[in-house]
Design a protein around this ligand. Structure first.
Ligand code: FAD
Length: 477
């Protein structure tokens, strides 16, 4: 086929995780569906790329919600894969070795067994354990499907149960870092989703990163007859009398469809659809700089054993609280997320551990600063802040000394910034978690136009797929 057909039942904007999952679900029910993607490849915020002979993931630290289907009741990932008719084994997820959250005065370890975290809390904060158990019960029973748009703050609820500021910050840091578009806080429904996804169910990862996940989804979608068009950006969403009628592509081609699912984010969807869509346009304030260090041996041989380490060097005992906000400096070196894809229990059948190692480090960043640098300054600044972030992690004792004594073990590095994220996904500000306003029911002012993915309020790989499937199911009923 030379190009997309002129008419479909459903058009999906974006071939990220939400778009691919929605596409599978719709194609399975014999809808004529096309995914239109502006970029040259699939995956969006969770894609992969080739650099100097090595393949890197853009954004995969961990697949959350690791709860294998042998455990009942089924977790959200197992349920999701059932809806997509994909077997658990096809994702080839290996369980994590173990993660930590570290701050001055205490650290907590969490694995795929919740009891580990609970016993750390009981040991280090004995006067808080009852409150912790109540918080767990509240998070487990929260109505995460409540679709109201009103922001429901988490801090007050958590503070009514956890009265120690250090424990509060320790519990909040992973949750905020892995999914909050809101500075210092998180919507309560999102808090509950992340509590379950991170602490209750845990992390897994395919040995070969996100590529096998994306390939599995794409293969399934195409086998069901779905069309996927890369390098086909949508310039406008057309409507008539309050109803969606189709899109206009960047090259002016028009395609008709009564239903459109947009994973492009709220500001971009609003710009494409105009005032009739009645969507908020705040791009979201939070973005990150992430660096990759390729090592000549597994990270554990250089002393880094965690799967993921969330850390903050600020001391809540002295009133200096963990700061989750857009920094004034180019990067915030007082906190970060370190992770090594080496530290998963890879199965021998999948190839076992890798020979080369990898260390990733993510820190909060100031999007405006990174967006406005001249090319040569930009390259210099990336190198400078990459080294500074690694040094700060080393000084806080969470990272090996890969800029000093162990520098000879580093084979290659790469750094990406908010500007990179904007360039490859179109999200303004490089806002990884999107707008602070979420459209949880996916509905817009235009009949037939739905928002899916990050700005529907379901974040991360599993969240994005759940969002795509939930809105596709709505169209199917
Ligand atoms: C550095 C980083 C680390 C991360 N780590 C993890 C992790 O460890 N675990 C985890 O679960 N999640 C992680 N995430 C988050 C996760 O990647 C996202 O939540 C998820 O991939 C979002 O998927 P999506 O489908 O909602 O949107 P996106 O991935 O943003 O997809 C939207 C797609 O739409 C396309 N598009 C935009 N505008 C148009 C247009 N006009 N026409 C056509 N196409 C358009 C874009 O090019 C893009 O491909 C990370 C993200 C980043 C950036």
């Amino acid at each position: 086929m030379a190009g997309p057909a002129s008419q479909y039942d459903v058009l999906i904007i974006g071939a990220g995780l939400s778009g691919l999952a929605a596409g599978i679900r719709l194609a399975h029910y014999e809808k004529r569906v096309a995914i239109l993607e502006r970029h040259t490849t699939i995956g969006g915020l969770n894609s992969f790329y080739q650099l100097r002979g090595r393949r890197h993931d853009v954004g995969l630290h961990a697949v959350t919600n690791f709860r294998p289907p042998t455990l009942k009741p089924l977790g959200p990932l197992a349920k999701l894969l059932r809806q997509l008719r994909i077997s658990w084994d096809e994702f080839d997820l290996a369980p994590q070795c173990g993660s930590r959250v570290v701050m001055p005065g205490a650290s907590l370890r969490f694995t795929n067994d919740f009891d580990r975290l609970q016993s750390d809390v009981a040991e280090r904060f004995p006067d808080q354990i009852d409150g912790f158990k109540q918080l767990d019960a509240a998070a487990m029973s929260a109505d995460t499907f409540d679709e109201s748009r009103e922001f429901q703050p988490s801090r007050e609820r958590v503070r009514s149960l956890i009265t120690n500021p250090l424990l509060e910050d320790l519990l909040f840091a992973p949750v905020l870092f892995y999914g909050s578009p809101t500075p210092h806080d998180c919507d309560w429904r999102q808090f509950a989703i992340l509590w379950r996804a991170l602490y209750r169910e845990g992390f897994g990862r395919p040995r070969d990163g996100v590529k096998p996940i994306l390939k599995t989804l794409t293969k399934r979608y195409k086998a069901l007859g779905g069309d996927l068009w890369l390098r086909h950006g949508v310039q406008a969403i057309r409507s008539n009398g309050g109803k969606t009628v189709g899109v206009t592509l960047d090259d002016g081609t028009e395609i008709d469809a009564p239903h459109i699912l947009s994973s492009a984010g709220l500001p971009q969807t609003a710009a494409m659809a105009g005032d009739a869509a009645d969507l908020p346009t705040d791009p979201g304030p939070l973005s990150f700089v992430e660096s990759i260090s390729v090592l000549d041996r597994p990270a554990s041989e250089l002393g880094y054993d965690d799967t993921v380490t969330f850390y903050s060097t600020r001391d809540p005992r002295a009133g200096d609280r963990f700061r989750y906000a857009n920094p004034e400096d180019p990067c915030d070196l007082t906190s970060g997320i370190a992770c090594s894809p080496d530290n998963y229990q890879y199965f021998e059948a999948s190839g076992g551990p890798h020979d080369e190692g990898c260390l990733r480090l993510t820190v909060l960043a100031n999007p405006e600063y990174w967006a406005n640098l001249e090319p040569d300054v930009y390259t210099r600044e990336k190198a400078r802040w990459h080294a500074a972030a690694l040094d700060a992690g080393r000084d806080f004792d969470v990272l090996p000394d890969v800029t000093g004594a162990q520098a000879s073990h580093v084979l290659d590095t790469d750094v990406f910034t908010p500007k990179t994220i904007t360039r490859f996904t179109g999200h303004p500000n490089g806002a990884v978690y999107g707008s602070a306003t979420k459209i949880r029911d996916g509905r817009t002012g235009l009949d037939g136009l739905h928002v899916i993915g990050t700005d529907q309020g379901y974040l991360g790989i599993v969240g994005a797929m759940l969002s795509g499937v939930s809105i596709a199911n709505r169209l199917l009923t």
